[in-house]
Design a protein around this ligand. Structure first.
Ligand SMILES: O=c1ccn([C@H]2C[C@H](O)[C@@H](COP(=O)(O)OP(=O)(O)OP(=O)(O)O)O2)c(=O)[nH]1
Ligand SMILES: [Mg+2]
Length: 147
């Protein structure tokens, strides 16, 4: 059984996990609007939470909206800091070239993943330890699955 984290919340519609073992709880729109093709909108959810210290919540797209409608979260993963007490908002981007995207109040527009996060202590050094990857990145391993 996963550890349960109690999170105080103020919300008209409390985010729900569609299945008990889902990673993301769905966030609903608290306002109605239309997002034109290629446009973005900052959408209210009416949700405010008090995350425990050492936790963050990530606002990420729903795959169905992405695959079927071209809707994504522009700044995905949107990062909700533990100390944030304001309303959680979702920056939706309509990537479709022709279809406007209609948002109705109560629509599940994105999902939120609550997770522990490490607090880093950045220690300046003159050299970094060696690794197999080294400085290779940005496609250094190619695309083909065949060597
Ligand atoms: O998708 C998001 C991302 C962020 N936030 C809220 C919670 C977060 O704690 C706060 C600040 O987010 P972030 O640090 O990403 O934005 P910023 O542009 O760096 O703003 P700030 O200067 O306030 O940190 O905005 C949302 O409601 N939705
Ligand atoms: Mg910030």
């Amino acid at each position: 059984m996963t550890d349960l984290v109690e999170i105080p919340i103020i919300a008209d519609q409390v985010p729900k996990y569609a299945h008990f073992d889902d990673a993301g709880a769905d966030l609903c729109a608290a306002e109605a609007l239309t997002i034109a093709p290629g446009e973005r909108a900052l959408v209210s959810t009416g949700v405010a939470i008090a995350l425990p210290e050492g936790y963050a919540a990530f606002v990420v797209p729903r795959s169905g909206l992405a695959a079927k409608k071209g809707i994504t979260v522009l700044n995905s993963p949107g990062t909700v800091d533990a100390g944030y007490r304001g309303e959680i908002k979702v920056t939706l981007l309509n990537t479709d070239r022709s279809e406007p995207f209609e948002v109705a109040i109560g629509d599940r527009i994105a999902q939120m993943i609550v997770t522990p996060v490490s607090r880093a202590v950045f220690v300046p050094v003159s050299e970094l330890s060696e690794s197999v990857r080294g400085a290779g990145g940005f496609g250094s391993t190619g695309v083909s699955a065949h060597a």
